[in-house]
Ligand binder design. Structure first.
Ligand code: GSH
Length: 234
């Protein structure tokens, strides 16, 4: 087995358990996708906190595994062929962990692609659009006099929520009875829109009862509760 000690990131975040999967993250809506997935699968892992206040994501060590300077990222000592694998982009990490463990994504052809399809819907739609609502409603953009950018992203987020609402009208989870990585990707963002971004009223979240119901089911899962707090502070 090749040791992960040759990876520069291990100099900044030395592993205490080099045989375990290393997670570099923060409990943000993208970061918790990885920690929730790891908790759900039961795969042994070691979390490391990437402190934005210290600009850790721009350090040469972090950039050595993610040149895009964003969390989450992982380093698995036991990647394909028994060799270490470094990976960034939360959607790629979810697919990798699902395939590595055989959990949380149907193995058959059609169900597998359907899961990936809804995962992409989150990655390309829900994440970026809800993120813009956060910027224009809660952060620097809230002081802009011109409300057209905010309204554009609110309208697009409502449209995406309506798509999700239709999908969840007759099933508990995005894929049906089976809880999958599509749910793990999506619901941290719905939670964040309502909670941290305080944009529930702005997007009219009460118009989407099936989305709210699925969010409640998601938050009731023990692995979700744990994953939402990883990596812990200090
Ligand atoms: N598409 C990426 C987005 C990741 C992302 O935006 N991460 C944010 C936190 S939620 C981040 O690391 N921001 C730090 C920065 O932009 O410097 C993914 O899904 O992994």
């Amino acid at each position: 087995m090749t040791s992960i000690s040759t990876f520069p990131i291990t100099r900044k975040w030395p592993p205490r358990h080099p045989d375990r999967l290393q997670l570099y993250s923060l409990p943000t809506p993208n970061g918790v996708k990885a920690s929730i997935m790891l908790e759900e699968t039961g795969l042994p892992y070691e979390p490391h906190r990437v402190a934005f206040e210290a600009r850790d994501q721009l350090s040469p060590e972090f950039l050595s595994i993610n040149p895009n300077n964003k969390i989450p990222a992982i380093l698995d000592p036991q990647g394909p062929g028994g060799k270490p694998l470094a990976l960034f982009e939360s959607g790629a990490i979810l697919i990798y962990l699902a395939e590595k463990t055989g959990k949380l994504m149907p193995r058959d052809g059609a169900g597998r692609y359907e899961t990936i399809q809804w995962l992409m819907f989150q990655m390309a739609g829900i994440g970026p659009m809800f993120g813009q609502v956060g910027f224009f409603h809660k952060f620097a953009g809230k002081d802009y006099e011109d409300k057209r950018p905010r309204d554009r992203y609110v309208a697009e987020s409502r449209r995406l929520l309506a798509v999700l609402e239709g999908r969840l009208a007759d099933r508990p989870w995005i894929l049906g009875d089976e809880y999958t990585i599509a749910d793990i990707a999506t619901f941290p963002w719905v939670r964040n829109l309502i909670g941290f971004y305080e944009a529930g009223d702005l997007v009219g979240i009460s118009d989407f009862p099936h989305v709210n119901g699925a969010l409640d089911r998601f938050l009731a899962r023990p692995a979700v509760e744990k994953g939402l707090a990883i990596p812990a502070k200090g």
